[in-house]
Design a protein. Structure first.
Length: 268
DNA sequence: CGAGTCCTGTGT
DNA sequence: ACACAGGACTCG
């Protein structure tokens, strides 16, 4: 479920509740949720004060401090991960962070793909990711786009190009900018590139404003059902009429991911 | 590049 | 029974 807007929503929901608190204990009910040795991770997290909480692409970064030493807890929710504040542990609970003041963070993750990594600092792999899509100016975006020579959908999905876009928002941004997902990025001129840059920013901003996009059972950090949802134009709309022109939305596979587009609005 | 892997749940 | 799902990593 989570792409940049969903992660941003979760981080905003958690931040005011956890910053300034101390991790009294950590528990992994699914050992592989911890990257490396779970016991080492637990020992590393105990007694850490949460100094700040931020988002890095689709990652959640807890900035920690203990005895004057800083470190980070990096969490990736992958497909089905989520945090519940003060929730009851259940069959899909993979990790629990017990904070001071009688507070707990339950990590709920049906598919067990989510990962917790405790490290001295932001790992190199994260530093090598591309810029934040909501922060990159067009003057930087355009040459970056032109420097690639691959299908637009594959480029947008690549976290080394921009960090945080996932399958839904790639399809939606391409639709909004009327660019066919198979267009080679090296052949996108300044006009279309500007539309794409703006579409990316708009669709992410819209989604964040609405608390993300719910496909299946999205439950926010407070444990209540998500009520708003971004309306998608193409994602998951295969066969339905395009909301702009009425042509049926098509589905294909690009970079081994399902890709939705309107063949009439998005010409090659 | 694509294919396989990690996983469980849902829909056909 | 089988395809498919918001993601990312490893391998050939």
């Amino acid at each position: 479920m989570p792409e940049l807007p969903e992660v941003e929503t979760i981080v905003r929901g958690l931040r005011r509740r956890v910053v300034g608190r101390t991790i009294d204990n950590a528990e992994f009910r699914w050992a592989r949720t911890a990257k490396g040795d779970p016991d080492v991770t637990v020992a590393g997290l105990r007694g850490q004060r949460i100094e700040a909480l931020r988002r890095w692409g689709k990652y959640i970064v807890f900035d920690l401090a203990r005895d004057g030493e800083s470190s980070v807890l990096v969490v990736h929710l992958r497909m089905t991960g989520n945090f519940l504040i003060n929730g009851e542990p259940g069959p899909w609970t993979r990790a629990i962070l017990t904070l001071d003041g009688g507070m707990s963070l339950i990590f709920h993750d049906i598919r067990k793909f989510g990962r917790f990594e405790w490290a001295p600092d932001i790992p190199p792999r994260l530093r090598e990711l591309g810029p934040e899509p909501l922060e990159i100016p067009f003057e930087e975006f355009y040459p970056r786009l032109k420097a690639r020579s691959a299908q637009a959908k594959a480029v947008l999905l690549n976290q080394e190009f921009l960090r945080g876009l996932g399958n839904i928002y790639c399809d939606e941004a391409l639709f909004r900018s009327r660019i066919h997902p198979k267009t080679n990025t090296a052949r996108i001129g300044p006009t279309r590139a500007a539309r794409l840059h703006q579409a990316i920013q708009e669709v992410l901003a819209d989604a964040i404003e609405q608390g993300g996009t719910t496909v299946m059972n999205y439950v926010n950090s407070e444990g209540t059902q998500g009520y708003f949802q971004l309306k998608t134009f193409v994602y998951g709309k295969t066969g339905e009429p395009c909301k702009v022109c009425g042509a049926p939305i098509r589905k294909t596979i690009i970079a081994s991911r399902s890709t939705h587009y309107c063949a009439s609005c998005q010409r090659r």
